[in-house]
Design a protein around this ligand. Sequence first.
Ligand code: SF4
Length: 718
Amino acid sequence: MSENYDSQDMRSLFTEYLRAQDSSFHLREEQIFLAEKINHTMGHGGNLLAEAGTGIGKSFSYLVPALLYANAGYKVIIVTATINLQHQLVDYDIPRMKQLLKLQVPVTVLKGKRNYLCKRRADLFFSQEQDLLFKTEGMKEIYDWTQNSSTGDKEELSKRLDIPQALWNDIATDEYTCGGSICAKRRLEGCFYLEQRRKAREVGVVITNYSILAYHLRMQSAKSSDSKSSSAKSSDSKSSDSSDSSLLPEDAIYILDEAHRLPEIIRNGLVTTLSEQECKRVHDLFLGKKGFLTQERKQQGEFKDVALKAIDLYTTKFADVMEQFSSIQKTIQEWTLSESQKTKTKKKQEKINFNTLLRDQETGNRLLDDFFVLSTNIEMLRGFLRELQGSFKDKQNLSTQIGNVHQWWEQQQHIALGFSQDETSSKELRWCEYGEVTKSVQFATVQLQVDDVLEEHFFNRVPVSICTSATMTVFQKFEYWKKRAGLRTTSEELLLPSPFLYKERVLMAIPRDAPMPTEGEEKYIEYLKSMLPKTIRATSGRCLVLCTSNSMVRALGEHLKKELENEESRVLMQDGRYSSTSLGRKFREDVQSVLVATSSFWEGFDAPGETMRMLVITRIPFTSPEDFFFKEEAAIIEKNGENLFRTLSLPLAELRLRQGFGRLMRSSEDGGVVLITDKRIIEKSYGTILRRALPKCKECFDTTKNVQEEILQHIRHL
Ligand code: SF4
């Protein structure tokens, strides 16, 4: 890849050209420096890692060279972790930069297939459910949208009205029912999903997300194990749209933003599951009341004898598969019951490591046998599907759809076979998730660490990758991230601190007389209940309280409601009644509101301006030792004789703490207070390590009373 613009050009482009185009364009030295480095990597190839603190404007640093390279004919793929960043890029940053640079580079967004309407399924659905159009509120509008939309993108519809998930499942693109190239709709009117794929292949800049990258990696892994495997796969089980395997081309410039989430999202995206419910769903799409074969039978009259016989055999075998699931479910249920009697606890839903079940000899033997029988039954079922497919050779559409279903069962058989192996033979993490209420069980499997997959199928293959985020380093080094992401060599590593004036605008307040959170949850919550209302009054609401558990959200949220709601501070809490998007919007709109939240609000949440003047970090965000993946990783670390706290607990806490801390200052005009009520951060040696990872602020580490006074003063002078 040749370099089109050298670093000198990049500097003058920012300082002279862009500034001349728009005098409001705010120049920052770190931004220009980062753009130069990114431009250089794009020209010379390699992997650049850049931790760029909030406020540097890293999106412009990569967009300027990215648009120039795309304009010169290169393919650029930008991957994000959150929908917020995707919107920011597509709706604001890219149009602005294209306008300033006077470039006509086409840009498109690539999403998962289930985000798109399938015209064929929608027509079928509404022709069968005419009554619904008049009886159900909002249905007419949904129908009109399916007829008139030019994108078929669910998000376009969701902006106007709520669409029930069950309805969307009936009309969305689904790989098992898709007729692919044979679909008449696709030929006559065009298909939204395939049109989006075509665009993504042709345009210069593609914006996508890590789930699509995970899907791509899954396809690549499957392809390479297929080619390694001596047993050839049957050609009839190929996907209806094999072009999916080349969705993300290798010969492209990759920009991974919010890259701190890369390993975690890729692992989640590579999980494969097996469940009775999903088997039933696919069976229904095929042979249920609205299934594609049932519909065909209705329209075409009776099938040939050979097809009818295959359907009968398939149906009988499907019943056997379901029975086998019941047997497995019964074994798990019995084991769970006996465990909860032993421990005298009952959990609503939990992940259970499959090896734990195997260690109970009787349960283990039953499960291994049952899974072996299940996989044999699925194999026989696949045989009948092949016969059925053969009987529709003259109907390509049906043949393709049956091929898709066959391929799905093939994957399920593979998973079932994996669960029929004992502990020593299985290299993957296997677990089951059992719901006490739903009485349903799901089996899942994944590689605990995805570094090998990322190394082999991504970093070793793409010529240029720029990985960036505001928080990638741990103990000021990239090693932790690199190890998990499978990036063994880098061409350059940059650590650029935020240019915001933290020392002038932010007060870090820590009450020395607070109880240690480890002294007991009740005592600690009582302390927070007694000190938070008065402290929040000092900032007139305008406060985000970050908790580490749902119970803490409820306890503090309810208390603050009682205390503050008569004083014009509306208290919002993340108790499951509203989505995070809607809570975030309410918090931003109501300037004096207080939001008590956990999980998703620790990162990616933006509330710039007057609406947030105080951020409360109630506890150092250590991952719960009960977290399933944490527990599994911890077991391996301890087995290797490594220090669990330093290798895993502390790095995870540092990354999360820095993300949480970053919620306060979203622009150079922001400022206020970060109140950390967990005094371990000043009293423990690891607290010093964590504090060192945070931006340098004004500090007040004093009694609660003095801290409250200092907060008042700081806010007054802000
Ligand atoms: S090609 Fe597939 S997704 Fe597209 S309209 Fe036809 S069936 Fe639906």
